[in-house]
Design a protein around this ligand. Structure first.
Ligand code: WTA
Length: 672
């Protein structure tokens, strides 16, 4: 300041503008995230990002105090040891997730719309305010309690996306029970397996589901499932349609009984690390695994990513079209938006019902500000042409999101140019059931920061992506590809696999000790941006749905000796399912009838989406001398990359490959 009195006009001006800019930047970053005002040396967004990574504890402590309502404050921010798979956040703290999602908003704005239920029947949406969602949740919480559901019990929810499903999730959270939502497209067998593994004594369902104009018999599926689940004592049945269903002694008419309950329900004080929910997903070996998410860390991570990745602001209408049966539905249709006091759309229908304009007509009618969907749907709609988009007013849209699988450049460009009229940032968000929320995404970043089509690009706050080479060494340079790991724990990560912590450690912690291994491969560009290259294990991704090849192979068809299932690149679905099947010696029938039979089995055991697109019958599978099926070889055959088949000298019987190449050519000439 002495300098100012020297009277050098230029210097004075420079110093003035230096302090003015500094002030502005500080002010900007605090306006962007109020907590940043308390972080030392954080004056702009890139400093905030760095701070969140190198001072992750201070970052999350401040955010947790600011953004969650605590019954009792936490005393320890985190207590984690990634190498042992021990993850704890906000230790000592107590809270109730339903209070965070409902009560605190009812205090400030009871009449704000929490849910817009976009029913299958277009134009018949139902709005639910925070006040009425709290009432619904409380009645349900009381009902569950009256029927003996206790803190720590697990309730399975087999319902389409609808307000009662959300209220069921929140009612569990209110009374301290864990929920286990099972996608309503899963078969009775798949449902039963998940009910048993979760040791669930209570199931919530609806009489019938309605999707794309078709009715599905969900209650009947539950009836079949619970026959092999002796622990199930009660099934609550809500009415999605007016058609009555047969009720047994175990069944409870949900809405009727809810009416008898009080609209006030005492929330349970839950520890930060108590279980909030299980969600089953496919792994590379046989059985699906029930990933466990806990209370505070999960909720906070879902809320913060929802707020910042999509730039969600008060009053916006958020449209995530995922089903609540998947993690995307959990984090971005339910928990993230509700924790933020937002208005969230529950989409019950399909992208092409009643016609391919469904999404955009809905955007216009509901005035949606952020739209979050899957690449497979974008690719499908792109084929129907631009008119279906142009017909509707999309001027409310501010951000477009993509999730679940890689989005190819053509689909990305179309989403950006046609759907968003070139105005809206498109965020390709990478994450997993295991990560709880978005980990890599082009936003948040500066408003004018570049976005590269088809790239997730930038790590979210506190996320430290690391690439490993095949020897397990950290790759430090840019323009490299490797196994994608995350180098430090974050609050949203899964804590364990239900009843199988050993599998959790082996899958995620052991491959690269000290790191969380994602199972995906990634490329880091010259600029340092991340692009996901796909799974490194035997998990395939069909229309954004994960499925383990082993789950499909593991079927009990009497005619089949053995089989090998692989994923191949598919125009619409991202990946299709290709099955190589070896029949038992004495089997005569082949061809269409047997294909049909195998498809039915897969659809009965898992779900329709897991059915093979191609079934090729072969005499034998290519194997190593130690008897391992060489999937790499099968993949190359299906990709028609015969040069890539590589060294066959380790094969037990190289002629098997010749036969397979021949058969593949014949088959793909015939089938679509
Ligand atoms: C894949 C869905 C490329 C990935 C939220 C991951 C993606 C798996 C992307 C998780 C993306 C998800 N780009 N691939 N933006 N997002 N994936 O558990 O292989 O159903 O491991 O969670 O989907 O699928 P999940």
């Amino acid at each position: 300041f002495m300098l100012l009195s020297v009277g050098d006009g230029r210097l004075e001006l420079n110093i003035y503008s230096y302090f003015r800019d500094l002030g502005r930047r500080r002010c900007n970053v605090a306006a962007f995230m109020p907590e940043a005002a308390g972080f030392d040396g954080v004056s702009d967004r890139s400093a905030l990002q760095e701070f969140s990574v190198s001072n992750s504890e201070s970052f999350w402590a401040a955010v947790a105090r600011q953004r969650l309502s605590w019954i009792r404050p936490f005393h320890t921010v985190q207590d984690c040891d990634l190498s042992r798979g021990e993850i704890k956040w906000f230790v000592g703290g107590q809270l109730n997730v339903s209070v965070n999602c409902l009560d605190r908003h009812v205090h400030t704005c009871p009449e704000r719309v929490a849910l817009i239920w976009e029913r299958d029947e277009s134009g018949s949406e139902v709005k639910v305010t925070y006040r009425s969602l709290l009432e619904m949740t409380c009645r349900l919480g009381n009902l569950l309690r009256r029927h003996g559901v206790k803190r720590g019990d697990c309730v399975t929810i087999y319902m389409p996306t609808c307000p009662l499903a959300v209220a069921s999730m929140l009612a569990c959270a209110r009374i301290g029970a864990a929920h286990n939502v099972v996608f309503a497209g899963f078969s009775a067998e798949a449902l039963a397996e998940r009910i048993r593994d979760a040791q669930s004594g209570t199931v919530i369902t609806v009489n019938q589901g309605v999707r794309g104009g078709k009715v599905t018999e969900l209650k009947k599926t539950v009836d079949t499932a619970v026959q092999s689940c002796p622990a199930v004592q009660q099934v609550f049945v809500a009415m999605r349609t007016e058609n009555p269903v047969a009720m047994t002694a175990r069944d409870v008419a949900m809405e009727e009984e809810m009416l008898k309950e009080d609209v006030v329900c005492e929330p349970a004080a839950m520890d930060s690390e108590d279980v909030l929910f299980l969600l089953y997903t496919s792994g590379s070996t046989g059985k699906p695994k029930g990933l466990v998410h806990t209370q505070a860390g999960y909720l906070l991570y879902a809320a913060l990513t929802h707020r910042y990745v999509f730039s969600y602001h008060d009053g916006d209408v958020f449209g995530c079209v995922a089903d609540i049966g998947w993690i995307t539905g959990h984090s971005y249709s339910v928990y993230g938006p509700l924790a933020n006091g937002g208005t969230t759309v529950l989409f019950e229908s399909t992208p092409i019902y009643p016609d391919p304009g469904r999404y955009w007509e809905m955007v216009q009618r509901l005035k949606i500000n952020q739209f979050y969907g899957a690449p497979t749907a974008i690719r499908l709609l792109l084929k129907y042409g631009d008119e279906w988009v142009h017909k509707y007013d999309r001027s409310t849209l501010k951000t477009l999101g993509s999730v679940g699988e890689p989005i190819n450049t053509e689909a990305w460009e179309w989403y950006h140019r046609v759907v968003g009229d070139g105005r809206c940032p498109v965020v390709d968000t990478w994450w997993q059931t295991e990560t709880g929320g978005i980990c890599i995404s082009p936003r948040p970043s500066d408003a004018d920061a570049e976005i590269v089509p088809g790239m997730a690009m930038r790590p979210f706050f506190s996320i430290k992506p690391t690439l490993m080479d095949t020897e397990g060494k950290v790759l430090t340079s840019n323009d490299v590809s490797g196994a994608l790991c995350i180098a430090q724990p974050w609050p949203g990560m899964a804590r364990t696999i239900h009843n199988n912590h050993q599998r959790f450690i082996e899958t995620y912690c052991r491959p690269h000790p000290g790191y969380f291994f994602t199972g995906d491969g990634a490329y880091r560009s010259k600029e340092g941006y991340y692009q996901i290259t796909g799974r490194l294990d035997d998990v395939i991704n069909v229309s954004g749905h994960r499925i383990g090849t082993a789950e499909i192979e593991d079927n009990q068809c009497a005619a089949v000796a053995e089989s090998a299932v692989i994923g191949y690149s598919h125009d619409l679905k991202g990946q299709g399912v290709y099955a190589f099947v070896v029949l038992k010696n004495d089997v005569e029938v082949q061809g269409a009838a047997l294909c049909q039979q195998l498809n039915n089995m897969v659809s009965k055991k898992i779900a329709k989406y897991a059915c093979p697109d191609f079934i090729q019958f072969v005499q034998r599978l290519p194997k190593t001398r130690s008897g391992k099926i060489m999937r790499r070889v099968l993949r190359k055959v299906v990709e028609r990359d015969l040069d890539g088949v590589g060294d066959l000298s380790t094969l037990d019987d190289p002629t098997a490959v010749q036969e397979i190449i021949q058969g593949h050519g014949d088959l793909c000439g015939k089938q679509p």
